[in-house]
Structure formats: structure tokens, C-alpha cells
Write a protein that binds this ligand. Sequence first.
Ligand code: SD4
Length: 303
Amino acid sequence: PSGGTVIVSTWDFGAAANAAAIARLKAGGTLLDAIEAGARVPEADPSNHSVGYSGYPDRDGHVTLDAVIMDDRGHVGAVAALEDVMHAVSVARAVMDKTPHTFLVGPGAKQFALAQGFPTRNLLTPESKKAWREWLKTARYKPEANIENRIGGTRGSALDHDTIGIIGRGPDGRFAGACTTSGMAFKMRGRVGDSPQVGSGLFVEAGVGAATATGVGEEVTRIAGTARVVASMRGGMGAKAACREAVEHIVRLRGDAVRDAQVGFLAIDRHGGVGAFALQPGFTYAMTDGDGATTIVPADSLR
Ligand code: SD4
């Protein structure tokens, strides 16, 4: 699309998130409201084991959430290692709107959420607990491509799920985005990925564009991946070329270390052009226009 409203999310399950975002826009919400409403959809979905409620826990059995939200006017809020509160993106939004800070973590993030009236909930569902118990039998931790999707043998099915990054361009050409996740399954306690970090899991810039990332967060964080994608677009590259450049940079830098890793970037450029690129096959994104028409697009990949 060129010129109009566009909302894009990582993975095919982003379609439901985009629909909620468009509904919020049509009801008179701001682009940021719409992005937040979209991100809340997978956070509440019990069939999704890599975002919010029913996310796979860390190796010690705690579900810990990371999220960020930002607009292109310099407003940013983020939380990391948040426990017992389902809507991490809304807590991030409250950090943005109600504190002088941009980032709260761990017990401090939870304390803030409770003070703001967010309800607590045990995020570990019986299904996720079972998968964790199964994993404990070998307890081998190796960040792999979309490993979340493989647990329970659902890879390749409609149940494929992952971190959601959702970015949008409003009718006025302004940008906003959010990224929310329970992180890599069975991660070390205290581990924070790329998703809540501005410039890694998400970056937006007025007049330039927006980008988000998914996959093995460490590989994205190492290169400040989405800041790099947006910098390339600032220099005139289109969305897809900018995503590809960042993936190629990771491979140049890391060589064999990323042989089995998945990393995917998704971006919108200043003209509303949408593009994505991944290291491995299998990355898809959902693109929805202002009328609510959605297309699921398989991203090109290096391998
Ligand atoms: C992370 N990037 O925490 C997220 C997780 C993810 O495929 O996208 N998993 O590293």
C-alpha cells in the first residue's frame, strides 16, 4: 500500500491483532491506542505459548514478560521480566504515560503495575507447565529457530506462534509500534531479549518508518537490529532491502554461530511500503490496510 493506513504484525497470528488495531482506529482511537489494542490480543490468547498468558516459562518455571510501545514523538515505555500480569504492553504504555521513565524491570515493574490497578494472574497454564516439565527431562537450552513452534509438534500448522511485533502507519503518515513476548522458552531466569529494548525489538522514527524483530533476541540485540533497519530507511533504502541488510550483517558478524538461529525483521518505510526479511524460511507477517483487508505474506529469507 502507498499513502494510506497500514498495520503490520509478525507471523500469521498477527491477523487477529491487526483486526483489533483497525477496530480501535475506526472507533476513534489514536494510532498508539490501536497498536496497544492489537498487541493485547496474543497476550490474552491461551493457545499462544510465546506471548503473555500461557507463555512458556523460564527454566525455573516462571513466566516472565517483556514489552515495549513507542510512537514517533519520542514517547516510549517498556517493561522486562514482568511476572503475574497478563498485559505487559499496557503496563509498558502506563510506564510511558504515567512515569518520568522509559523502562521498569522485574519486581519494580510488577509493583508499578499493581499500583496502577492491573489485575494479577498466574500466567503458567497447565499446558505450558507440561511442556516445561517435559523440557526439564533433558534441560538442554539452545536458542533455536522458532523452537516455540516446534514444541508439541505444531510447527508448520496454523498454530505457529511467536513474539508479536506490531507496527503501524496512520492516515497522517505518523508511525507507532509495540513488541510483546514471553521471550525464549525455558530461558535463564532474568534473561531479557531484544523485544522490550528500543532499537533492538522495535524502533520508529517520524518521517522515516518503523521496524520490529522476531527470533533469537540475542542476535538482534547485538546489532541494535531495528535501529539499524530504520537507519537504512533513513538513508533511502526501502523496507525490505533494509531488513535484508540487517540479516546479512548478522550473518557477516556471527557466521557459524547463527547457523540454526532464526531472525526476522519487518518494516514500513516512509511511503507506507511494507517489507520483511528473515535468516531462515518460515517467517510470515500479516498486513492490514485501513479498510481492514488482511494479507498474510511469507517473507523471503537468506537460506
Ligand atoms: C526474544 N525475540 O525474547 C524474542 C523471542 C522470539 O522467537 O521472537 N522468539 O528473544
